[in-house]
Every structure is written in C-alpha cells, then in structure tokens.
Design a protein around this ligand. Structure first.
Ligand SMILES: Cc1cc2nc3c(=O)[nH]c(=O)nc-3n(C[C@H](O)[C@H](O)[C@H](O)COP(=O)(O)OP(=O)(O)OC[C@H]3O[C@@H](n4cnc5c(N)ncnc54)[C@H](O)[C@@H]3O)c2cc1C
Length: 413
C-alpha cells in the first residue's frame, strides 16, 4: 500500500480536526494523522508553518502546500473534487451516488437524458464501505466494494452524466412540474424529474470495540456475510422482525445462533417468533445489553454482556456478531417537503401512496409509477425507499427501473 501523501496535524479534542478527518474519510482519501500533543516534531512543524502560532488542523499536501483550519469547501477545492455543476437546470437530477443512484444515472445517460448526480461524500455509498461483495450477479469470485463503486462511477461518466461530489442536498421544493434542489453550499439546481437514492445507515450500538471489528466479525447483513460463518457460532443483537428473520436465515448456515434481546420479549411478528422458537439451532437471551466487543489479532472473539435486570456481567465467546437494531434512512432533508415519509423516515412510493383508496393531489388523472413519490415527477429507489430489500443488486435494479419510469414520465411533461 502507498504511504498517504496528506498529513493532518491536530489534537484529539479539536472539533475542526475531527471534521477534516471525517471529510477525508468519507471521500476515501488516505491521510496520515499526527497528534501534535504526542509528536514533538509534528508540533514544531505546525508552529513553524503558522509563523509561531499553534493553529490546528494544519494539513500538508504532496506538493508542499498546506491548508490551515480549512472549511470542507476549501478542502474539496484543494482536492480538485467537482463541486459545481455546469448549469442550473437539468432534465433529471439524482440525489445520492450509491448503487441505486449511479445505476439510474447511467441508464438515464444511455437514454440521452440530460442528467446531474449529486453526492455528499464518496461515490458508491454503503457498497463502497463494504470490503467484499459476494452476491452481485456476474462476479462469481466477489468484488471489492471500492472497485465495484469505481466501475459504476466510470460507467455513469462514460454516458455523459455530470457527477458532483462533496455536495450535500439539504432541501427539495416542487413548483408545478419543476423540482428545485438546494445544497449545503447554497447552490440551487432545478429539474423536470428527481430521483431520491440517498440510502441509509445501519444503526450501531455505539459501544467499545464496535468500530474496531466492523467487517472483522461484526456485520449488518446476514445475506451478505452469513455464508462466511458456516458451522460456526454467532450472536444476533436485536429483538425486532429483522433480528428474528435474519437469525432464521443464518441458522441455514451456522452451527448455532444466540439472539440477544435488550427487552423481555420480541417485537417481531408472531409467525416469525414461532419459527424462531421452533428452530433447534437458535436460542434467545432476554434483558441482555451488549457492553463491549472484544477480539484478538484484528478479529472479534468475545462479547461482554450485562443482564439489565440483575446487573450480572459475563463474557460470551462468538465467532461473529450480526447487529439488527434498524436502519436510519438518509431522508432528514425531506422533512417538511411535499415528499411523504413513513413513521421511520423511509420514502413512500407507488401503490402505498393510496390512502383508504383515495388518490393524492397530483394523481387525480393517473396512478403514480411504482417508484414515484407523493410529488409527481419525484421518484425514489434503493435503501431510502419504504419496503426496499436493502441489497446492492436490488438497489441497482430499482435505480434502473426508476430511470426507465422517468424516461416515460419525461415524455409526458
Ligand atoms: C457494512 C455493509 C456491508 C454490506 N454488504 C452487502 C453485501 O455484501 N451485499 C449486498 O447486496 N448488500 C450489502 N450491504 C447493503 C448495500 O450496501 C446497500 O443495500 C446498498 O448500498 C444500497 O444502495 P443505495 O444506493 O440505495 O444507498 P447507499 O449505498 O446508502 O447510497 C446512498 C448515497 O447517498 C448519499 N447521500 C445521502 N444523503 C445525501 C444527501 N443529503 N445529499 C447527497 N448525497 C447523499 C450517501 O453519501 C451515499 O453515497 C452492505 C451494507 C453495509 C453497511
């Protein structure tokens, strides 16, 4: 692996240092971190660079230049990220550059639809953060998440799609047949059709060791990572439908599943609970808080558990742990807009928009397309969409379907 050419000089307590490190991390740009409270040479460099002042973060680059306390916009400009679009109006704007968004964009590009895609971090979304994806059709040996994401990006660019990065969408407003997007940098773009593919983020437990063993024993997807645990013992954390359903799925591969539930009962539907209790490979422990993930040689080995009724603590040996405590959709920017969300914030589309058989405003003369939202002309695909299946292949499939629906929609307006 190549040595990083960017060095961030700072201190652990400094919020701007954290922000800059997060920005580089989200854009998958390698950097070296120097804590100037522990590294005398690093501290001297900062003082020398800032003419006697100890200002952090100070960030040095391969060309010998440096930035002091840069904003995210200054960092994006320095790293030559494309953050401003060529025009302010497009036929079609895609929000989010994960598998759903990039697939929709490349389909639209192939249809010669004038398309802009806006991504707040690095292209590829959750797929880019996945070490290896083993269940994408056409890749019998699997593919690294990063490589898959780069290929999707190249494919979208090949068809002439304009891609913006480091641009967070913070608002969506519709006027008649036009939809306007606002970014956190204050840019505004409009389009005749918009696709929301902003995905989501698996909820974490935020406990000790979780960050250290992500992908190295800790997982969020049974269909993706369950097969690696053939004949092994795993724990599942959670007490809802996902935890129970995914445990049943895991039981097809593993030797044993222990479900760790924080409360004293499941929130899963009765039929799923019955199947769990009837499965000899699964046992359930109630009133258990997972306190810490413990491992050796960079892989998870044990969980520290606490019974939240008795206070008793114990160590449980596991070979893998799957966390199913929910997925938070990236849809906050839609709150207060004309886009209808369900109680958890997922975007409602298609037939689900009909309420008690009644059509919503804008759909008096036609049904919504299957992936169309409550505002006609705005569509949603992938993990952010209500009742989507949270997989790379299905997100890409929904992106492709949405682009073709949008092609038909654009012919009518
Ligand atoms: C650790 C992990 C491992 C996984 N492994 C597998 C696997 O092996 N196989 C599999 O099929 N699935 C796997 N998944 C699930 C899979 O990655 C997702 O289902 C898929 O990426 C969803 O694609 P998407 O495009 O809908 O959303 P995402 O991948 O979430 O992409 C959404 C994009 O939108 C961007 N965005 C969000 N908000 C904004 C905003 N306001 N403005 C601009 N951009 C925004 C995000 O930065 C992101 O790039 C895994 C997920 C995780 C977290």
């Amino acid at each position: 692996m190549q040595e990083p050419t960017i060095t961030v000089y700072g201190a652990p307590w400094c919020p701007d240092c954290k922000r800059s490190k997060q920005f580089l991390g989200e854009h998958q740009i390698p950097y070296k971190w120097v804590d100037i409270e522990k590294d005398k040479a690093g501290e001297q460099f900062v003082i020398r660079t800032n003419k006697g002042k100890r200002i952090i973060p100070t960030i040095s680059f391969a060309d010998g230049s440096f930035l002091v306390e840069p904003s995210n916009a200054e960092l994006a400009a320095k790293l030559k990220l494309k953050t401003t679009a060529r025009r302010s109006h497009y036929d079609f704007i895609v929000l989010g550059g994960g598998p759903a968004g990039l697939t929709a964009a490349l389909y639209a590009g192939r249809e010669a639809i004038d398309t802009l895609l806006i991504e707040r971090a690095a292209f590829g979304g959750q797929a880019a953060a996945t070490e290896r994806i083993e269940n994408i059709p056409g890749f019998p040996d699997g593919i690294a998440g990063i490589e898959f994401s780069q290929r999707l990006r190249q494919q979208a660019e090949r068809w002439g799609v304009e891609l913006l990065e480091a641009q967070e969408v913070i608002g969506l407003y519709s006027h008649n047949n036009y939809h306007c997007i606002r970014t956190s940098e204050g840019q505004e773009y409009s389009a005749r059709s918009v696709l929301i593919t902003t995905g989501g983020r698996y909820k974490r437990l935020n406990i000790l060791g979780e960050e250290d063993y992500l992908g190295a024993g800790i997982h969020f997807c049974a269909a993706c990572d369950g097969p690696f645990y053939k004949n092994k013992r795993v724990a599942v954390v959670g007490g809802g439908n996902s935890a129970a359903e995914e445990s049943l799925f895991l039981a097809n591969y593993v030797d044993h599943v222990t479900i760790l539930v924080r409360g004293s009962h499941f929130k899963a539907s009765q039929i799923i609970q019955d199947n769990v209790f009837a499965n000899p490979k699964i046992d359930v422990r109630w009133n258990i808080d997972v306190q810490e993930f413990l491992g050796e040689h960079s892989s998870l080995k044990k969980l520290r558990l606490r019974n939240n009724q008795t206070g008793e603590e114990e160590i449980m040996e596991v070979e893998g742990a799957f966390i199913f405590v929910g997925l938070t959709p990236n849809s906050r920017f839609l709150e207060g807009s004309a886009i209808l969300l369900n109680q958890w914030g997922f975007v409602i589309t298609g037939h689900d928009l009909l309420h008690n058989g009644k059509r919503r405003a804008g759909y008096e003369n036609r049904d919504p397309y299957l992936l169309e939202c409550s505002a006609p002309g705005v569509f949603a695909a992938g993990d952010v969409r209500n009742s989507s299946t949270k997989q790379v292949a299905s997100a890409a499939g929904e992106g492709a379907s949405a682009a073709l629906m949008i092609r038909s929609y654009l012919k009518q307006v």
